[in-house]
Design a protein around this ligand. Structure first.
Ligand SMILES: [Zn+2]
Length: 68
């Protein structure tokens, strides 16, 4: 074998990489608008809440992680 040097393509032009949010920063669910019902179980809520409880918020976050 001779010189087998792989030329890995580096940043070609303007490649914008998605920057992961730091730990404890805004999560996916916190970017959601309140829609008057729970985003996870659709239970009716007041106009400022996105989830009926922490369980739903956590579950929603978990699903958001997997369906990214
Ligand atoms: Zn809920």
């Amino acid at each position: 074998m001779g010189t087998l040097q792989e030329n890995l393509p580096e940043n070609e032009g303007n490649v914008e990489l998605p920057v992961p949010p730091p730990m404890g920063a805004v999560s996916a669910r916190q970017a959601l608008p309140a829609k008057g019902s729970c985003w996870y179980c659709e239970k009716p809520l007041d106009s400022v809440r996105r989830f009926c409880g922490k369980d739903c918020a956590d579950s929603f976050d978990e699903e958001a992680e997997y369906t990214r």
